[in-house]
Design a protein around this ligand. Structure first.
Ligand code: ADP
Ligand code: ADP
Ligand code: MG
Length: 446
């Protein structure tokens, strides 16, 4: 096991990882930008290093500065969290070259899955059902039109390097396609440094169902059941739950088998999530995230497996402590992503938190980095906190989540807490199994 780990992230996830490390007896190094000197992840780590100015490309994305910070502090491994460098294969490779461990999969697997076109091809070869679409990237406008006509409009144009709900656009006909393709290509180039675009059938009102896997270097490939992340706005998840309501056990078991089998064929290591669209009958693979996911705590609460602890253990060469038979989900778990945003126009809200009071009690977990007096900077993601509740039944978890949202106090900045209460109190949400377009179609009348 490692003696010292550097956490290459900020915010709630850096705090979460710090906890797992300290519980394993590992001492921790936080990195931070100038704006984050007073941030919680810096305060609770055993050591910290300021690695640069506020813009992310000068700090949290600065691979050379992070490696220097490892050398100065003697950290043996780096946990990348999510976002930032977590799915950057060349960063993982640089660490390998410096004899540092990247707490994540092997760099070749990050690379394979990071290109969404490549990922779909590979998964298809492994027998995973994928969303119908273009074979590879579209070469030019004519190629895009031909592909779309074969697939049938409406189609979704997707950047092969996209992520975080960005880099995709629906087009309904040839005219729209001609207009949108060059714009998306330009966007993809400036956001992701790669203008490769592919086309998928736009699936009408599906659900987003994903499977959590964990693999070690001793031949163990396990799944930790599924999550339903269909409550989304602008392709970004707002509420997640586990297990997914109203899908038969038989269908789920078949999906888990396909996922585990693909991981075994790949020889995958560490945590991963396979994301699918579900049309009520079939699952279609969209992409694989080769990292710890924002919504991992609902799986932790449901299965009682500490995913971050296990992720660190398997990266250091240990076996997974448990077996598939012993991973038994119990009850129902829901996560609400609490963002700093204006409730009307959804623009990020920044400023000083005058007063913060967390909810508590049975079945409540709050993963956050905020505190009374903390100033939320404008440079970074606007996720403030994740409320995770577990109940005996789905209905119980929903009531518990509303009760907790009534208890929480975050004064001084705007948040989406009221939106969460409205969603959780909504009849359609309560009946279970809403589609990915449900929130956006109903947001004005909730
Ligand atoms: P999850 O699937 O774990 O919910 P998200 O898709 O919400 O993850 O992304 C988690 C974080 O990572 C967000 O802050 C998002 O902006 C960021 N992110 C994900 N993929 C990329 C990418 N390719 N480029 C830049 N940021 C990304
Ligand atoms: P990201 O890397 O940004 O997470 P994904 O490929 O996982 O991108 O897609 C993000 C979201 O966009 C999905 O959760 C789903 O809501 C929607 N989406 C993606 N592909 C399709 C599709 N083919 N049809 C309809 N919706 C889709
Ligand atoms: Mg995704």
């Amino acid at each position: 096991m490692f003696d010292k780990v550097l956490i290459a992230n900020r915010g709630e996830i850096a705090v979460r990882i710090n906890r797992a490390c300290q519980e394993l007896g590992i001492s921790t190094v936080a990195i931070h930008s100038e704006a984050d000197t007073q941030s919680m992840h810096v305060r609770i780590a055993d050591e910290s290093v300021c690695i640069g100015p506020n813009p992310v490309n000068k700090s949290y994305l600065n691979a050379h500065a992070i490696i220097s910070a490892c050398e100065i502090t003697g950290a043996q491994a780096v946990h990348p969290g999510y976002g930032f460098l977590s799915e950057n294969a060349s960063f993982a490779k640089m660490l390998e070259d410096h004899k540092l461990t990247f707490i994540g999969p092997k760099s070749n697997h990050i690379e394979m899955m990071g290109d969404k076109i490549e990922a779909k091809k590979i998964m298809k070869d492994y027998g995973v059902p994928t969303v119908p679409g273009s074979e590879g990237n579209v070469k030019n406008e004519t190629d895009a039109i031909n592909s779309s006509l074969t697939i049938g409009f409406p189609v979704l144009l997707k950047a092969s390097a996209g992520g975080g709900g960005r880099g995709m656009k629906v087009v309904n006909n040839e005219k729209e396609l001609k207009k949108t393709l060059p714009i998306l290509k330009q966007e993809a180039l400036s956001f992701f440094g790669n203008d490769s675009i592919y086309i998928e059938k736009f699936i009408d009102s599906p659900r987003h169902i994903e499977v959590q896997v964990i693999c070690d270097s001793h031949g163990n490939y396990l799944h930790l059941h599924e999550r339903d992340c269909s409550v989304q706005r602008r392709n970004q998840k707002v509420i997640e739950e586990a297990l997914a309501p109203d899908i038969s056990d038989e269908k789920k078991q078949k999906l888990f088998e396909i996922c585990v089998n693909a991981m075994e064929k790949m020889g995958y290591l560490g945590l991963g999530t396979l994301e699918f669209l579900f049309d009520g009958e079939e699952f279609y693979f969209m992409e694989m995230n080769t990292r710890l996911q924002v919504e991992h705590p609902i799986t932790e609460m449901l299965t009682r497996v500490d995913l971050v602890r296990e992720q660190i253990c398997v990266a250091s060469g240990d076996k997974i402590f448990t077996s598939q038979e012993n991973i038994k989900p119990l009850g129902h778990s829901i996560e609400c992503r609490i963002n700093a945003e204006n409730p009307i126009n959804f623009k990020p809200s920044v400023g000083k938190i005058l007063m913060y009071h967390p909810p508590a009690g049975n079945g409540i977990r709050l993963d956050t980095f905020i505190y009374s007096g903390y100033t939320v900077p404008h440079y970074y993601d606007n996720l403030l906190a994740k409320l995770i509740v577990t109940g005996r039944t789905r209905n119980h978890a929903i009531k518990r989540a509303i009760r907790s949202l009534n208890e929480i106090v975050i004064d001084g900045i705007e948040t989406n807490i009221e939106l969460h209460k409205k969603i959780l109190s909504n009849k359609e949400f309560k009946s279970g199994g809403v589609a990915i377009n449900w929130l956006e179609s109903n947001i004005k009348n909730l």
